[in-house]
Design a protein around this ligand. Structure first.
Ligand code: UD1
Length: 361
Protein backbone atom coordinates (compact mmCIF):
# COMPACT_ATOMS: atom_id res chain seq x y z
CA UNK A 1 0.00 0.00 0.00
CA UNK A 2 1.36 3.42 -0.97
CA UNK A 3 0.42 6.23 1.40
CA UNK A 4 1.00 9.94 0.80
CA UNK A 5 1.05 12.18 3.88
CA UNK A 6 0.36 15.86 3.28
CA UNK A 7 1.52 18.50 5.77
CA UNK A 8 1.96 22.24 5.53
CA UNK A 9 1.70 24.20 8.75
CA UNK A 10 3.49 23.50 11.99
CA UNK A 11 0.72 21.73 13.96
CA UNK A 12 0.66 19.15 11.14
CA UNK A 13 4.27 18.22 11.81
CA UNK A 14 3.42 17.08 15.36
CA UNK A 15 0.45 15.13 14.00
CA UNK A 16 2.20 13.27 11.21
CA UNK A 17 5.28 12.14 13.16
CA UNK A 18 3.63 9.34 15.20
CA UNK A 19 1.71 8.05 12.18
CA UNK A 20 4.85 7.81 10.04
CA UNK A 21 6.64 6.03 12.87
CA UNK A 22 3.82 3.55 13.42
CA UNK A 23 3.45 2.80 9.69
CA UNK A 24 7.22 2.38 9.29
CA UNK A 25 7.00 -0.63 11.62
CA UNK A 26 4.49 -2.40 9.32
CA UNK A 27 5.55 -4.38 6.29
CA UNK A 28 4.25 -3.68 2.81
CA UNK A 29 3.66 0.05 3.27
CA UNK A 30 5.46 2.73 1.23
CA UNK A 31 5.23 6.26 2.57
CA UNK A 32 5.68 9.54 0.71
CA UNK A 33 5.82 12.80 2.66
CA UNK A 34 4.61 15.95 0.90
CA UNK A 35 5.21 19.38 2.47
CA UNK A 36 3.09 22.05 0.82
CA UNK A 37 5.43 24.81 1.98
CA UNK A 38 2.61 26.75 3.69
CA UNK A 39 5.04 27.32 6.56
CA UNK A 40 8.52 27.88 5.20
CA UNK A 41 10.61 29.82 7.78
CA UNK A 42 13.32 27.75 9.46
CA UNK A 43 11.76 28.37 12.87
CA UNK A 44 8.25 27.51 11.62
CA UNK A 45 9.22 24.34 9.77
CA UNK A 46 12.81 22.98 9.64
CA UNK A 47 13.37 22.95 13.39
CA UNK A 48 10.18 20.90 13.83
CA UNK A 49 11.32 18.33 11.27
CA UNK A 50 14.65 17.98 13.10
CA UNK A 51 13.28 17.80 16.64
CA UNK A 52 10.43 15.44 15.74
CA UNK A 53 12.82 13.14 13.88
CA UNK A 54 10.76 13.44 10.70
CA UNK A 55 12.31 12.30 7.45
CA UNK A 56 13.00 15.10 5.01
CA UNK A 57 9.92 15.64 2.86
CA UNK A 58 10.04 13.78 -0.46
CA UNK A 59 8.36 16.71 -2.18
CA UNK A 60 8.01 20.36 -1.21
CA UNK A 61 5.37 22.24 -3.16
CA UNK A 62 6.79 25.61 -2.07
CA UNK A 63 3.46 27.44 -2.02
CA UNK A 64 4.34 30.00 0.69
CA UNK A 65 1.96 32.67 1.95
CA UNK A 66 -1.04 34.29 0.30
CA UNK A 67 -4.74 34.91 0.78
CA UNK A 68 -6.74 31.81 1.69
CA UNK A 69 -7.97 31.42 -1.88
CA UNK A 70 -4.51 31.91 -3.38
CA UNK A 71 -2.82 29.56 -0.95
CA UNK A 72 -5.48 26.86 -1.31
CA UNK A 73 -5.51 27.17 -5.09
CA UNK A 74 -1.72 26.97 -5.33
CA UNK A 75 -1.68 23.79 -3.27
CA UNK A 76 -4.42 22.24 -5.40
CA UNK A 77 -2.63 23.09 -8.65
CA UNK A 78 0.77 21.89 -7.47
CA UNK A 79 -0.39 18.77 -5.64
CA UNK A 80 -2.49 17.27 -8.44
CA UNK A 81 0.53 16.30 -10.65
CA UNK A 82 2.17 14.69 -7.60
CA UNK A 83 -0.85 12.47 -7.04
CA UNK A 84 -0.97 11.61 -10.73
CA UNK A 85 2.70 10.66 -10.70
CA UNK A 86 2.83 8.71 -7.42
CA UNK A 87 -0.63 7.08 -7.72
CA UNK A 88 -1.07 6.53 -3.97
CA UNK A 89 -3.66 4.12 -2.59
CA UNK A 90 -4.42 6.53 0.21
CA UNK A 91 -3.67 10.11 1.20
CA UNK A 92 -3.53 11.09 4.86
CA UNK A 93 -4.30 14.73 5.69
CA UNK A 94 -3.97 16.31 9.11
CA UNK A 95 -5.80 18.93 11.15
CA UNK A 96 -7.61 21.89 9.67
CA UNK A 97 -5.16 24.10 7.81
CA UNK A 98 -5.44 25.21 4.20
CA UNK A 99 -3.07 22.42 3.15
CA UNK A 100 -5.48 19.86 4.63
CA UNK A 101 -8.56 20.84 2.65
CA UNK A 102 -6.63 21.50 -0.57
CA UNK A 103 -4.98 18.07 -0.58
CA UNK A 104 -8.22 16.32 0.34
CA UNK A 105 -10.03 17.98 -2.59
CA UNK A 106 -7.38 16.92 -5.09
CA UNK A 107 -7.46 13.30 -3.96
CA UNK A 108 -11.23 13.03 -3.70
CA UNK A 109 -11.57 14.26 -7.30
CA UNK A 110 -8.94 11.81 -8.54
CA UNK A 111 -10.64 8.91 -6.79
CA UNK A 112 -7.82 8.43 -4.27
CA UNK A 113 -9.03 7.49 -0.79
CA UNK A 114 -8.53 10.17 1.87
CA UNK A 115 -7.95 9.63 5.57
CA UNK A 116 -8.39 12.64 7.85
CA UNK A 117 -6.50 12.65 11.12
CA UNK A 118 -8.11 14.97 13.74
CA UNK A 119 -11.53 14.60 12.13
CA UNK A 120 -14.80 15.73 13.67
CA UNK A 121 -13.58 18.80 15.55
CA UNK A 122 -16.24 21.54 15.43
CA UNK A 123 -16.48 24.97 17.00
CA UNK A 124 -19.81 25.68 15.31
CA UNK A 125 -18.35 29.02 14.15
CA UNK A 126 -18.13 29.31 10.37
CA UNK A 127 -16.42 32.69 10.51
CA UNK A 128 -13.22 30.80 11.43
CA UNK A 129 -11.42 29.63 8.26
CA UNK A 130 -10.31 26.41 9.93
CA UNK A 131 -13.95 25.47 10.58
CA UNK A 132 -14.65 25.57 6.83
CA UNK A 133 -11.56 23.45 6.24
CA UNK A 134 -12.81 20.89 8.80
CA UNK A 135 -16.33 20.68 7.40
CA UNK A 136 -15.22 20.24 3.79
CA UNK A 137 -12.40 17.80 4.56
CA UNK A 138 -14.62 15.54 6.66
CA UNK A 139 -17.35 15.41 4.02
CA UNK A 140 -14.97 14.18 1.32
CA UNK A 141 -12.84 11.84 3.44
CA UNK A 142 -13.20 8.06 3.42
CA UNK A 143 -11.59 7.39 6.80
CA UNK A 144 -12.16 9.74 9.70
CA UNK A 145 -9.82 9.41 12.67
CA UNK A 146 -11.22 11.20 15.73
CA UNK A 147 -9.56 11.96 19.04
CA UNK A 148 -12.56 12.19 21.32
CA UNK A 149 -16.16 11.03 21.42
CA UNK A 150 -17.56 14.49 20.60
CA UNK A 151 -15.85 14.20 17.21
CA UNK A 152 -17.78 11.01 16.46
CA UNK A 153 -21.05 12.66 17.50
CA UNK A 154 -20.39 15.69 15.26
CA UNK A 155 -19.66 13.51 12.25
CA UNK A 156 -22.70 11.31 12.75
CA UNK A 157 -24.88 14.41 13.05
CA UNK A 158 -23.51 15.62 9.70
CA UNK A 159 -24.44 12.35 8.04
CA UNK A 160 -21.04 10.66 7.90
CA UNK A 161 -21.45 6.86 7.82
CA UNK A 162 -20.52 5.28 11.14
CA UNK A 163 -18.27 2.69 9.47
CA UNK A 164 -15.90 5.42 8.25
CA UNK A 165 -15.27 6.82 11.74
CA UNK A 166 -12.50 5.52 13.98
CA UNK A 167 -11.93 6.87 17.49
CA UNK A 168 -8.16 6.48 17.81
CA UNK A 169 -7.05 9.11 20.32
CA UNK A 170 -4.81 12.11 19.97
CA UNK A 171 -1.69 12.02 17.76
CA UNK A 172 -0.54 15.41 19.08
CA UNK A 173 -0.35 13.80 22.53
CA UNK A 174 1.61 10.84 21.08
CA UNK A 175 4.31 13.30 20.10
CA UNK A 176 4.23 15.03 23.47
CA UNK A 177 4.48 11.72 25.36
CA UNK A 178 7.44 10.66 23.26
CA UNK A 179 9.34 13.92 23.42
CA UNK A 180 8.64 15.15 26.96
CA UNK A 181 11.89 13.64 28.29
CA UNK A 182 13.86 15.42 25.53
CA UNK A 183 11.96 18.64 26.23
CA UNK A 184 12.85 18.34 29.92
CA UNK A 185 16.51 17.74 29.10
CA UNK A 186 16.53 20.77 26.81
CA UNK A 187 14.83 22.86 29.50
CA UNK A 188 17.59 22.08 31.99
CA UNK A 189 20.39 22.79 29.51
CA UNK A 190 18.84 25.71 27.65
CA UNK A 191 18.38 29.43 28.24
CA UNK A 192 15.19 28.95 30.28
CA UNK A 193 16.85 26.84 32.98
CA UNK A 194 17.09 29.90 35.23
CA UNK A 195 13.28 30.01 35.25
CA UNK A 196 13.10 26.68 37.09
CA UNK A 197 10.78 27.12 40.05
CA UNK A 198 9.85 30.69 39.09
CA UNK A 199 6.23 31.42 38.25
CA UNK A 200 5.53 32.80 34.76
CA UNK A 201 2.77 33.09 32.20
CA UNK A 202 3.45 31.65 28.74
CA UNK A 203 1.62 33.53 25.96
CA UNK A 204 1.11 32.63 22.32
CA UNK A 205 -1.36 34.41 20.03
CA UNK A 206 -1.67 34.36 16.25
CA UNK A 207 -5.36 34.23 15.23
CA UNK A 208 -6.40 37.05 12.91
CA UNK A 209 -9.32 37.80 15.29
CA UNK A 210 -6.82 38.66 18.04
CA UNK A 211 -3.74 40.00 16.29
CA UNK A 212 -5.21 41.21 12.99
CA UNK A 213 -7.55 43.78 14.63
CA UNK A 214 -5.41 46.65 15.93
CA UNK A 215 -7.93 47.54 18.65
CA UNK A 216 -8.11 43.99 19.97
CA UNK A 217 -4.34 43.47 19.71
CA UNK A 218 -3.82 46.70 21.67
CA UNK A 219 -6.19 45.52 24.41
CA UNK A 220 -4.54 42.11 24.61
CA UNK A 221 -1.02 43.55 24.76
CA UNK A 222 -2.07 46.07 27.41
CA UNK A 223 -3.60 43.32 29.52
CA UNK A 224 -0.55 41.07 29.13
CA UNK A 225 1.72 43.99 30.10
CA UNK A 226 -0.45 44.70 33.14
CA UNK A 227 -0.35 41.04 34.23
CA UNK A 228 3.44 41.01 33.78
CA UNK A 229 3.70 43.34 36.78
CA UNK A 230 2.59 40.48 39.04
CA UNK A 231 3.52 37.47 36.90
CA UNK A 232 6.40 37.62 34.39
CA UNK A 233 5.44 36.76 30.83
CA UNK A 234 7.24 34.72 28.17
CA UNK A 235 5.75 35.46 24.75
CA UNK A 236 7.12 33.65 21.68
CA UNK A 237 5.46 35.51 18.81
CA UNK A 238 4.27 33.97 15.52
CA UNK A 239 5.44 35.86 12.39
CA UNK A 240 1.90 37.10 11.83
CA UNK A 241 1.83 38.56 15.35
CA UNK A 242 5.23 40.23 14.96
CA UNK A 243 4.01 41.95 11.81
CA UNK A 244 1.19 43.58 13.76
CA UNK A 245 3.02 45.56 16.43
CA UNK A 246 6.32 47.22 17.24
CA UNK A 247 8.23 44.49 19.04
CA UNK A 248 11.16 46.72 20.07
CA UNK A 249 8.94 49.37 21.65
CA UNK A 250 7.02 46.71 23.53
CA UNK A 251 10.26 45.19 24.85
CA UNK A 252 11.52 48.60 26.00
CA UNK A 253 8.24 49.56 27.69
CA UNK A 254 7.48 46.26 29.38
CA UNK A 255 10.64 44.60 30.68
CA UNK A 256 8.67 41.76 32.31
CA UNK A 257 7.24 40.72 28.93
CA UNK A 258 9.92 38.49 27.39
CA UNK A 259 9.19 38.53 23.67
CA UNK A 260 10.97 35.91 21.59
CA UNK A 261 10.96 34.51 18.08
CA UNK A 262 8.74 31.43 17.55
CA UNK A 263 10.38 28.54 19.41
CA UNK A 264 11.10 24.95 18.46
CA UNK A 265 8.89 22.13 19.69
CA UNK A 266 11.14 20.97 22.53
CA UNK A 267 11.77 24.44 23.88
CA UNK A 268 8.09 25.34 23.75
CA UNK A 269 6.98 22.06 25.35
CA UNK A 270 9.44 22.61 28.21
CA UNK A 271 8.06 26.10 28.72
CA UNK A 272 4.49 24.76 28.75
CA UNK A 273 5.30 22.03 31.23
CA UNK A 274 6.81 24.49 33.72
CA UNK A 275 4.39 27.40 33.20
CA UNK A 276 2.09 28.67 35.94
CA UNK A 277 -0.53 29.37 33.29
CA UNK A 278 -0.63 29.38 29.49
CA UNK A 279 -2.57 31.97 27.48
CA UNK A 280 -3.25 31.01 23.86
CA UNK A 281 -5.59 31.17 20.90
CA UNK A 282 -4.27 28.00 19.30
CA UNK A 283 -5.67 24.49 18.89
CA UNK A 284 -3.02 22.03 19.98
CA UNK A 285 -1.97 24.05 23.02
CA UNK A 286 -5.41 23.59 24.56
CA UNK A 287 -4.80 19.83 24.30
CA UNK A 288 -1.18 19.80 25.44
CA UNK A 289 -1.93 21.84 28.58
CA UNK A 290 -4.80 19.46 29.39
CA UNK A 291 -2.40 16.54 29.10
CA UNK A 292 0.24 18.33 31.21
CA UNK A 293 -2.30 19.49 33.83
CA UNK A 294 -1.24 23.11 33.35
CA UNK A 295 -3.95 25.82 33.59
CA UNK A 296 -4.85 27.15 30.15
CA UNK A 297 -6.74 30.34 29.25
CA UNK A 298 -7.98 30.55 25.68
CA UNK A 299 -8.61 33.96 24.11
CA UNK A 300 -11.42 32.75 21.85
CA UNK A 301 -15.19 32.78 22.06
CA UNK A 302 -15.46 29.08 21.23
CA UNK A 303 -13.40 25.96 20.83
CA UNK A 304 -13.49 22.98 18.50
CA UNK A 305 -11.88 21.00 21.33
CA UNK A 306 -14.64 21.10 24.01
CA UNK A 307 -13.23 18.09 25.85
CA UNK A 308 -10.35 20.31 27.03
CA UNK A 309 -12.95 22.50 28.78
CA UNK A 310 -15.26 19.74 30.05
CA UNK A 311 -12.49 17.42 31.31
CA UNK A 312 -9.26 19.34 30.96
CA UNK A 313 -7.64 22.49 32.30
CA UNK A 314 -8.90 24.86 29.60
CA UNK A 315 -11.03 27.95 30.29
CA UNK A 316 -12.45 30.03 27.43
CA UNK A 317 -12.10 33.69 28.34
CA UNK A 318 -13.27 34.98 24.95
CA UNK A 319 -12.09 38.49 24.13
CA UNK A 320 -13.01 39.69 27.61
CA UNK A 321 -9.77 41.08 29.05
CA UNK A 322 -11.26 41.60 32.54
CA UNK A 323 -12.08 37.89 32.54
CA UNK A 324 -8.52 37.07 31.47
CA UNK A 325 -7.18 39.07 34.42
CA UNK A 326 -9.67 37.46 36.80
CA UNK A 327 -8.77 33.94 35.63
CA UNK A 328 -5.05 34.65 36.04
CA UNK A 329 -5.83 35.77 39.60
CA UNK A 330 -7.74 32.55 40.24
CA UNK A 331 -4.68 30.58 39.15
CA UNK A 332 -2.39 32.69 41.33
CA UNK A 333 -4.76 32.16 44.28
CA UNK A 334 -4.51 28.40 43.87
CA UNK A 335 -8.03 28.07 42.45
CA UNK A 336 -7.10 26.77 39.01
CA UNK A 337 -9.33 24.04 37.63
CA UNK A 338 -7.85 20.56 37.92
CA UNK A 339 -8.42 18.51 34.85
CA UNK A 340 -8.36 14.92 33.73
CA UNK A 341 -6.68 13.48 30.65
CA UNK A 342 -9.35 12.34 28.14
CA UNK A 343 -9.49 8.65 27.23
CA UNK A 344 -7.02 7.47 24.54
CA UNK A 345 -4.75 10.48 24.94
CA UNK A 346 -2.07 8.00 25.87
CA UNK A 347 0.69 7.97 23.26
CA UNK A 348 -0.74 5.18 21.07
CA UNK A 349 -3.03 6.99 18.61
CA UNK A 350 -0.55 6.57 15.73
CA UNK A 351 -0.45 2.82 16.42
CA UNK A 352 -4.25 2.65 16.32
CA UNK A 353 -4.31 4.47 12.99
CA UNK A 354 -1.74 2.04 11.59
CA UNK A 355 -3.90 -0.90 12.77
CA UNK A 356 -6.97 0.50 11.04
CA UNK A 357 -4.99 1.00 7.83
CA UNK A 358 -3.56 -2.51 8.01
CA UNK A 359 -7.13 -3.77 8.14
CA UNK A 360 -8.19 -2.03 4.93
CA UNK A 361 -5.14 -2.74 2.74
C1 UD1 B 1 -1.88 28.49 9.98
C2 UD1 B 1 -3.22 27.77 10.09
C3 UD1 B 1 -3.68 27.79 11.54
C4 UD1 B 1 -2.64 27.24 12.48
C5 UD1 B 1 -1.33 28.02 12.26
C6 UD1 B 1 -0.23 27.49 13.13
C7 UD1 B 1 -4.70 27.99 8.10
C8 UD1 B 1 -5.94 28.57 7.61
N1 UD1 B 1 -4.25 28.43 9.29
O1 UD1 B 1 -2.12 29.84 10.35
O2 UD1 B 1 -4.85 26.98 11.66
O3 UD1 B 1 -3.05 27.38 13.81
O4 UD1 B 1 -0.96 27.88 10.87
O5 UD1 B 1 0.90 28.28 13.04
O6 UD1 B 1 -4.13 27.14 7.44
N2 UD1 B 1 4.44 33.46 7.82
C9 UD1 B 1 5.81 33.60 7.82
N3 UD1 B 1 6.58 32.47 7.76
C10 UD1 B 1 6.05 31.24 7.69
C11 UD1 B 1 4.65 31.10 7.67
C12 UD1 B 1 3.86 32.21 7.74
O7 UD1 B 1 6.33 34.70 7.89
O8 UD1 B 1 6.82 30.25 7.66
C13 UD1 B 1 3.59 34.66 7.92
C14 UD1 B 1 3.21 35.24 6.59
O9 UD1 B 1 3.18 36.61 6.71
C15 UD1 B 1 1.80 34.73 6.39
C16 UD1 B 1 1.27 34.66 7.82
O10 UD1 B 1 2.40 34.33 8.62
O11 UD1 B 1 1.04 35.54 5.57
C17 UD1 B 1 0.18 33.65 8.02
O12 UD1 B 1 0.59 32.35 7.60
P1 UD1 B 1 -0.49 31.27 7.12
O13 UD1 B 1 0.13 29.96 6.85
O14 UD1 B 1 -1.34 31.85 6.07
O15 UD1 B 1 -1.44 31.12 8.40
P2 UD1 B 1 -1.09 30.98 9.94
O16 UD1 B 1 -1.53 32.20 10.66
O17 UD1 B 1 0.31 30.53 10.16
Amino acid sequence: MKIVHVVGAHPNFMNVAPVIRALARRVGITQVLVHTGQHYDANMSDIFFQQLGLPESDINLGVGSGSHAQQTAQIIARFEPVVLEYKPDLALVYGDVNSTVAAALVCAKLGVRVGHVEAGLRSGDRTIPEEINRLVTDQISDLLFTHSADGNANLLREGVAEGKIHLVGNVMIDTLVRLLPAAEAQWHMGPWATWEGRPYMLVTLHRPSNVGEPLMLGRVLETVAEISRRLPVIFPAHPRTRECFDVETCKARHPAVHLTEPLGYLEFSGLQRHATVVVNDSGGIQEETTYLGVPCLTVRENTERPVTVSSGTNVLVGQDMARLQAEVDRVLNGQARRGQIPPLWDGYAGERIASVLAGIS
